[in-house]
Write a protein that binds this ligand. Structure first.
Ligand SMILES: [Mg+2]
Length: 329
């Protein structure tokens, strides 16, 4: 790949071009950064497919106009909080992860330029409770209306980092959701997405089908009966979403899952991102959730070089990616 080193990416590319895990992480960041300019835009006002890019067409009223093009938002900052916590602790630690989420919201930890500009309502309320001393396993919203995509959008690094059993991955995926989203629907969506990511990493031929069946098996064997019933019920709700809904790219966690699944039908990284953004609405998150999987599937080589050149914040990623990769080897 012909990549000038304008933002420090060339060295990273050279080192990790064959790593599906690094492809997934960078894919997530790129998807997020591409989607930021179109956030909140209804589908019918999104530019034509060939004009959707990191730099929107001239005259398009960008969301967050004061944020430089190529900047990732809350999705990626929180995902990097998760990855840093995993790398530093050597396991998923709920208190450590929750503390890093607070550091992000208050001080801009893992945010480009240290600037926080995009905080979801449910996440803000939960992190406010956390700051006031509510423990992280009780701070997340727990009603059925608290199922925004705020814990799904950041969970990918768990699947990239995890080397444990599918059961252990599902358990940790649930736990990483609870500081901000502790309704079982959000927990199940995070677990499902992590298994899909694991299937893409393993190059399983039908990753979504595999994850669905694997998750049903794991929940059927869950020891605690009320939890077993609840997780199986929510898995069924997730499955039935397309019976009455089309993917619309909204902030509802199940819509995000199904919008991403539709976007992944495309045959290139670029088209996955563009399809995700064409749904409109919560474009940065739909695109981040889709592009993380696309980054695994197509690798760093599949990400357009211009997007790699335009991504900001490489100085935050590089030391973390080096430490993550060293631990895996
Ligand atoms: Mg965002």
């Amino acid at each position: 790949m012909n990549l000038t080193d304008e933002n420090g990416f060339a060295a990273l590319m050279e080192r990790y071009q064959f790593s599906a895990e690094v492809g997934g992480l960078i894919g997530l960041l790129i998807g997020d950064a591409c989607g930021v300019s179109f956030e909140f835009c209804p589908a019918d006002q999104i530019p034509p497919r060939d004009q959707i890019d990191m730099v929107p067409p001239v005259g398009f009223p960008r969301s967050h106009p004061s944020v430089p093009v190529g900047t990732w938002s809350d999705d990626s900052a929180q995902a990097l909080c998760l990855l840093a916590s995993l790398v530093d602790c050597g396991e998923f630690s709920l208190p450590d992860f929750a503390e890093r989420l607070l550091q992000w919201m208050e001080w801009g930890y893992m945010a480009v330029d240290g600037a926080v500009f995009d905080v979801g309502n449910q996440t803000r309320e939960a992190l406010d409770r956390l700051r006031e001393g509510v423990p992280p396993d009780e701070s997340g919203g727990e009603t059925v209306l608290d199922n925004g995509n705020g814990s799904l959008m950041r969970v990918l690094p768990l699947a990239l980092w995890h080397s444990g059993t599918d059961e252990a991955l599902v358990h940790d995926a649930h736990l990483q959701s609870v500081p901000t989203h502790r309704h079982p629907r959000s927990m199940v969506a995070c677990a499902y997405y992590c298994l899909v990511a694991r299937a893409y990493l393993a190059k399983v031929s039908e990753p979504w089908w595999w994850a669905d069946h694997r998750l049903e098996r794991i929940y059927s064997d869950w020891r605690d009966q009320p939890l077993r019933d609840s997780f199986l019920f929510e898995l069924d709700v997730l499955r039935r979403f397309p019976v009455t809904n089309k993917p619309r790219g909204t902030g509802y966690v199940l819509d995000t899952i199904w919008s991403a699944r539709r976007a992944l039908e495309e045959a290139s990284f670029e088209d996955v991102v563009r399809t995700a953004i064409m749904f409109g609405n919560d474009t940065d998150t739909t695109s981040a959730v889709s592009a993380g999987l696309a980054g695994i599937r197509f690798g760093l080589e599949g990400i357009p070089a211009r997007w790699l050149r335009q991504l900001r914040g490489v100085e935050l990623i590089k030391p973390l990616v080096d430490r993550f990769s060293n631990q895996r080897n």
